[in-house]
Design a protein around this ligand. Structure first.
Ligand SMILES: [Zn+2]
Ligand SMILES: [Zn+2]
Length: 648
């Protein structure tokens, strides 16, 4: 007994500080996993890695000095990334077991919602038919619960080791590393070059699925060999994986590019140019309805509608600083030997409107609103349906006010966002970005603007994130992301304070003291780009637009030719009353016509048979299958108007 105590006291004791403020005394050489176990078995099971003095490490790392320790669990994004990257190793291990020397391994990072691994495999083209066998092998390797061990060795021995294995891409990777030593991770026979950290063993991996395969050049360079990229995903358990796969399936069904074609809303044409939307009648009507809604809402909130030209002289873009900072994203043209820039933003004309007369503090705030169409050069690789385009229209406004008015103005914009998001049924998240290291504007400017944004956020009663130092150099901003029906986040509104443009354009107003002052300027959008917002709306509603923005609200359908004339009358009445109505008087079976209208996601089908004709009514049937009581065409008009009224 005394001997035992003596032995223990001889060991160095470490003081390990935990995030809750407590600390533990442990013998030197203890691992984060030991400490997790001493706290609780549950935590030990949940932990996937650890942060020691801020550095991410494996759970079996031996601690040799006092440290701050934070256990990283699967509940965090960081933990999930470790888990997914370990699953990437598992996939590479399985592929090597199955295909041996036919394939070489390269890299396999975690990405959003999963991971991929790039293989060099000139003799075997991977197809989805291979996925089941790879998944089966992965399951076997996971069931074997192989320990995953870190090894460190010199750069030269690592190069020799991978050269022996015939892994030439790994050799190239190590050759490009500046480090004198590199780390490898081994599980069973499989070794991979890796910084880590990794799960303690393969048995910790519980749920994964290969999702697709694509070509990718080594290091993203088309002069390099073509690799095959296997995409996959992994989750903590089978239930979460299943829910994710179901969401993925649903997202495919709702893809706005697919629905845009099926509902005949818009198209893109290589002949016209990439990233340029062509709106078809129904899509153009949908967009017009949204724009009318925006105009009404802005007028109601004290904005003035303005319109600027599509091209402005390059000199003016130099004054604004866009030429200097944003030229690569702009298109230019020439008129009468003068250079013009096609506007990528709407601010400039609004500055000129402000400057067109002397402004007094009594004129402020001024809120200039424009549905401004802009063009920006986006790389062709990032273009994506309506979500990323080269020409788009923003619901853009510039607010010019006195410093004292800023607070109220920001609150007004946030209230605007809240009302509009409620109308579409979107939840949203907000974040504020504050002063970066390099910035212009006085301390007082920054303090006032940041305070105005903060206090509006606090007033909203909703949680928000603070991104310290992440603001633009010319002012702090609020970004708002909406969440759609599939829980995906989309940037919509932004509220950006700007200290440069009022300076560059020398904007002033005469204050109550009779002196000249600089107004404060705010750029803001609510929906953002209308194109993108419509893309999001299509996916959010799966094409089932609410009645008030449905490009077609009702379709009149006759049962037999007998009612064709009456159906035509009904159609005329509704159209004259402003209902967006179509007619289907073809000599087809009723069931067929109803199915077709349902495919087009028309909210109401108005069925007219002999009974309706005699009674002077229509029988409305909702696209969900619900039938309403027969009513006269006039009653249906009122019914539609009532349902849409709250948005008008
Ligand atoms: Zn790794
Ligand atoms: Zn602007």
């Amino acid at each position: 007994m005394p001997l035992f105590i003596r032995g223990e006291t001889m060991m160095t004791q470490l003081r390990i500080a935990l995030p809750d403020g407590s600390a533990r005394e442990v013998p030197a050489g203890s691992t984060p996993l030991d400490i997790a176990r001493s706290i609780g078995e549950n935590l030990a099971r949940q932990a996937v890695a650890a942060r020691v003095d801020g550095q991410l490490v494996d759970l079996d790392t031996r601690l040799e000095q006092d440290a701050r320790l934070e256990l990283v669990t699967l509940n965090s994004a960081e933990g999930l990334e470790v888990y997914r990257h370990s699953t990437a190793h598992l996939m590479a291990h399985a592929v090597k077991e199955l295909y041996g020397d036919q394939v070489q391994v390269t890299i396999g990072p975690a990405i959003e919602n999963g991971f991929y691994y790039d293989f060099y495999s000139p003799d075997h083209s991977f197809t989805p038919e291979d996925f089941a066998a790879i998944e089966k092998k992965m399951e076997e390797l996971a069931a074997a619960d192989l320990p995953i061990r870190r090894e460190e060795l010199s750069r030269d021995s690592a190069i020799a080791r991978f050269r022996d294995m015939g892994e030439t891409f790994k050799v190239k990777l190590i050759e490009d590393l500046p480090n004198a030593t590199v780390s490898l991770y081994r599980q069973g026979e499989f070794i991979d070059l890796c910084r880590g950290p990794h799960l303690p063993s393969t048995g910790r991996i519980k749920a994964f699925k290969l999702t697709s395969v694509a070509g990718a050049y080594w290091r993203g360079d088309e002069k390099n060999p073509m690799l095959q990229r296997l995409y996959a995903t992994a989750f903590a358990d089978k239930k979460e994986l299943k829910a994710y796969l179901a969401r993925l399936e649903e997202a495919k069904k709702r893809d706005h590019r697919k629905l845009g074609r099926e509902l005949d809303l818009f198209s893109f044409s290589e002949e016209a140019g990439a990233g340029l939307v062509i709106w078809h009648p129904k899509g153009a009507l949908l967009r017009t309805l949204l724009e009318d809604f925006e105009r009404r809402e802005h007028l109601r909130r004290g904005y003035d509608i303005v319109m600027g030209p599509q091209i402005l002289r390059t000199e003016l873009w130099k004054t604004s600083g866009h030429y200097e900072n944003y030229r690569e994203n702009m298109y230019f043209t020439e008129v009468d030997e003068q250079s013009y820039g096609i506007k990528p933003m709407n601010c400039l004309a609004h500055m000129l409107i402000y400057k067109s007369q002397m402004r007094s503090y009594r004129d402020l705030p001024l809120r200039f609103f424009e549905l401004g169409t802009v063009h920006r050069h986006e790389k062709s690789g990032v273009l994506h349906g309506l979500l990323r385009v080269r020409g788009f229209t923003q619901d853009d406004a510039h607010i010019l006010c006195t410093p004292e008015q800023l607070d109220g103005e920001i609150k007004g914009v946030l209230g605007f966002v809240r009302d509009v998001m409620a109308i579409f049924g979107f939840e949203y998240e907000m974040e504020i970005s504050t002063r970066p290291e390099k910035s212009i504007g006085s301390d007082a400017d920054w303090a006032r603007a940041t305070q105005a944004l903060m206090s509006a956020l606090q007033d909203s009663g909703l949680p928000f994130e603070v991104n310290e130092g992440d603001g633009a150099f010319y002012g702090p901003k609020i970004d708002i992301k909406l969440k759609d029906a599939l829980d995906r986040k989309w940037q919509c509104a932004t509220i950006q304070c700007d200290f440069t443009l009022p300076e560059r354009f020398d904007l002033t107003y005469v204050g109550s003291d009779g002196e000249k002052h600089r107004p404060v300027m705010v750029h803001r959008v609510i929906l953002g780009a209308i194109e993108r917002f419509i893309g999001v709306l299509i996916e959010h509603f799966a094409g089932n637009f609410p009645l008030w923005i449905s490009p077609v609200q009702a379709v009149v359908v006759n049962v037999t030719d007998n009612q064709a004339e009456y159906a035509e009358q009904v159609y005329q009445i509704l159209r004259e009353e402003g209902i967006r109505v179509q007619k289907d008087l073809r000599n087809e079976k009723l069931g067929f016509k109803i199915r077709e209208a349902q495919m087009e996601k028309v909210p109401y089908m108005l069925v007219v048979g002999d009974k309706e004709m005699t009674g002077g009514t229509v029988a409305p049937r909702h696209r969900s299958g619900r039938n309403l009581d027969p009513m006269s065409p006039a009653e249906f008009v009122r019914f539609v108007q009532d349902e849409c009224r709250q948005y008008h």
